[in-house]
Design a protein around this ligand. Structure first.
Ligand SMILES: [Zn+2]
Length: 346
């Protein structure tokens, strides 16, 4: 439109210039020139109106685009906030009883969630993004606290086993299923580091509140293919049990036999008994990773699952595809090598 209007203005100027520069015009020529001039002026006016309309149109469509863009921004920011809130809520629920004595990270996350719920519906895109970032940061604080607590619990469990081994050595006894105290090192193909009293896998807790070692039957499922030496089913948190079923099917296909288990869920009473038997080196009741129903121990002896065994090689290679991993600390060269311990990470 702008280009058309300029061309018409040039045409009108030429017509006017021609009239001013010619003195010998006849009336007819003048009338003709006046007519052309009028027509040119009219076209210029039409073009000017068209240009103005065009600008107005451009302005309106730009305003519409700006409004649509703003709406999209707001929708995106609020959707991101809603997703962050939902994810953090699940983390908050799942971390109950998982952070040890200091519940401050969970309290901080709860505060952030409350703030996001109050401010979210009226928040600008920038504010919604800020709230989402605050929620995510608080959630990370909780995840870090859970990881730290898990590491502490495992260290305590290892220390408990070492103390039990020393106690057994001092008493001159060797519990069933355990190696002679002090035999070999964890780098040997198959050497248990545990020789304390036998502790068995646990059953669900009636009326359990879902905290560590107090998981109710509704939160747990028993694996289908095996039970412990006393006939107690091996319980795990339901999702972990379902994943282990799938893992076992693949394991059996590759190894020709089912995965053997020694211990899965451990309830609070058992952890308390360990504490009473072993003293302060035992894990503080309520902090064991087995208390969450997300850990298994395969048999330490005989050597079927030792460092260099085909079973362990398979579990380390393919377990993660089913959510089951050998934690870094439990690997050879890790802080507490335990070839028998695996955890469900989802
Ligand atoms: Zn374990």
């Amino acid at each position: 439109m702008r280009r058309t209007a300029v061309a018409v203005v040039v045409a009108a100027t030429v017509a006017l210039g021609g009239g001013a520069g010619t003195v010998a015009w006849t009336d007819r020529q003048r009338q003709s020139a006046d007519a052309r001039l009028s027509a040119a002026v009219a076209r210029v006016e039409d073009a000017r109106v068209a240009v103005v309309d065009d600008h107005a149109g451009r302005g309106a469509s730009a305003a519409d685009a700006d409004a649509a863009h703003a709406t999209a921004l707001l929708g995106g920011a609020r959707a991101a906030l809603a997703a962050a809130v939902e994810r953090a809520r699940q983390t908050l629920d799942a971390s109950a009883g998982q952070v040890g004595d200091d519940d401050a990270p969970r309290a901080a996350l709860a505060d952030r969630l409350d703030a996001a719920v109050v401010a979210g519906p009226a928040a600008s895109p920038a504010r919604a993004r800020g709230l989402a970032a605050e929620v995510a940061a608080a959630e990370q604080g909780v995840l870090d606290a859970v990881a730290a607590q898990r590491a502490r619990a495992e260290e305590q469990e290892v220390a408990a086993r070492a103390a039990a081994r020393r106690a057994a050595a001092a008493a001159g006894t060797s519990p069933p299923g355990a190696s002679a105290p002090g035999a070999g090192t964890s780098r040997d193909r198959c050497t248990t580091t545990y020789s304390g009293p036998a502790f068995y896998t646990s059953t669900p807790t009636d009326g359990g509140d879902g905290s560590n070692g107090r998981l109710p039957a509704s939160a747990l499922a028993a694996v289908s293919w095996t039970a412990d030496s006393r006939g107690t089913p091996f319980y795990l948190r339901s999702d972990a049990a379902a994943a282990l079923e799938r893992l076992n099917t693949a394991f059996r296909g590759a190894l020709g036999h089912d995965l053997a288990l020694d211990l899965t869920y451990r309830d609070l009473d058992t952890q308390v008994a360990m504490r009473e038997a072993l003293g302060t080196v035992a894990a503080v009741p309520g902090t064991s990773s087995h208390g969450t129903g997300l850990a298994i121990d395969v048999p330490e002896l005989p050597c079927d699952y030792g460092w260099d065994s085909a079973a362990r090689a398979w579990l380390v290679a393919y377990g993660p595809a089913y959510g089951w991993v050998s934690p870094g600390w439990a690997r050879q060269g890790g802080s507490n090598p335990e070839y028998w311990h695996y955890e469900y990470r989802g």
